[in-house]
Design a protein around this ligand. Sequence first.
Ligand SMILES: Cc1cc2nc3c(=O)[nH]c(=O)nc-3n(C[C@H](O)[C@H](O)[C@H](O)COP(=O)(O)OP(=O)(O)OC[C@H]3O[C@@H](n4cnc5c(N)ncnc54)[C@H](O)[C@@H]3O)c2cc1C
Length: 533
Amino acid sequence: MHHSNARDAQVVIVGGGPVGMGLAIELGQRNVRCIVIERYAQPQPIPKGQNLTQRTMEHFHFWGVETDVRAARTVPPEYGIGGLTAYGTLLGEYSYDWMQRELVRPFYFTDNERLPQYATESVLRRRAGELATVETLYGWSAESVSQDDCGASVAIAEHNGDRHRTLRADYVVGCDGSRSTTRAQAGITQTLSDHDRLMVLLVFRSHGLHRLLARYPGKSFYSVLHPDLEGYWKFFGRVDLGSTWFFHAPVPPGTTKDNFDFRRHLHSAAGAEFDVEFEHIGFWELRFAIADSYRKGRIFIAGDAAHSHPPYGGYGVNTGLEDARNLGWKLAAALQGWAGQNLLESYSEERRPVFQSTARDFIEKAIEADRKFLEAFNPERDKDAFEREWNARKSGARSEVNAFEPNYEGSSIVSGLPGSRCSALGSHAFAARAGHHLAPQPLSSGRNAFEELGDGFTLLSLGGDDTMRGAFETAAEGMRIPLKVIRDSRGGGRERYEATHVLVRPDQFVAWAGNDASIDAPAILRKAIGAAN
Ligand SMILES: Cc1cc2nc3c(=O)[nH]c(=O)nc-3n(C[C@H](O)[C@H](O)[C@H](O)COP(=O)(O)OP(=O)(O)OC[C@H]3O[C@@H](n4cnc5c(N)ncnc54)[C@H](O)[C@@H]3O)c2cc1C
């Protein structure tokens, strides 16, 4: 078949969920022309991914939607968005604070947030609509995806109609969720692990539950550990303050809407009776799945299309949005002619191990640890031993938040330590470390470094040797790498970077940091754009 070089867009994005819309904004703001294909005219009214980390809110800051996302919050700011873990029943004797994201707040530019996923999606759709570079086709489905030497094609069909089109682009990104057509069409295989469980998702109205939960002020989501569930959770969350809730938990195989008493299930999970008016009863398969690569030629996958897992710990939407952030600048660099030959491959190289680690070191580990704890300790058998262990878990819950620090230490495009790896397991620090997220610091102007970072690379030049700065500037110009230089002094908090020069990537990760005037600036930049061999 002959393919013309005519392009409908530079990038076609299949799927306009949070990840697809985020990627469209990221690309659109970088002047990349893209088209988003989304089956549904409106976001689906299921609360899903509600917890947005501080890091996700940084993306929203850079995408120009932070204010609107916060305004769409459904639980008023005076009321907290904290988490709580309880034993036995929600209202039982034992509970502790969980997922205290505020512990890592100093390492990010902005506060975390919590709102129903459809509310976030609406804001992202609105923002995408403001960008002349982004075209959205709502109500269309992608049916097939293919590629050849000079481009990729997506055949689309109207969801509730009979029109068909084929779109041609340089690249296609599948953000089409865990049953990704794009992934299947590209022939990307995935690895599953054996956690398959049928889960119920209930959305319901109740004022009584709000009254019962007055004893836990400032909490918005609650996981209940029960010996019967072997480490899986009964999970309650607020959709708004006082009237709407969601709940998910494993249910026996074969459970349907009509053969199970969900009201009683809720009451027994809570340990009390309260009014319940169902708005939605749905099911989904709890599973771990990871694509064996996030790329095949000109086709990429991101978000749930690349990885899926139980929504334990609120990693899903946050991980997917970081995929979009990682991929966006790399696609833009490739299309705008300053990417090295390995830059696009570094997307899968950096993001896959981070998800593997998230699944292994956080989600599966939590399920395992809970299962073992529930087997070994029971207040009815030995109250003292149970309480000692329960108290020890409280401090463990704190260290989990600190240890979740996705980083690309082992990436081929950062100048990190030899022998290091990309992982979600790390630690939070102010020092600028290659492969890690940059911590915010005030500049002497009074503005924060995060308010001054460029769209491309940024060199923080904090005193030291002028020749170093010059060497980076000359090299960047020669390679046509967009580089913004921020000159400042070392004091005022900036000494905490522990480096006079920090090279920051377009996604706010550190590519290189150092003090040594004898470094080879061109080599550092070549590596950062994937041009080193
Ligand atoms: C009950 C539940 C609770 C959750 N809670 C949390 C939480 O607290 N925190 C968290 O971080 N995550 C949570 N998650 C996970 C989170 O919802 C997902 O990680 C997130 O939705 C992933 O976004 P996405 O854009 O990758 O995929 P999706 O949201 O699945 O979006 C994919 C989009 O692609 C569209 N699409 C699919 N196929 C096609 C096609 N062929 N053509 C056109 N369009 C197509 C779909 O209509 C959809 O809009 C939860 C999930 C569930 C089910």
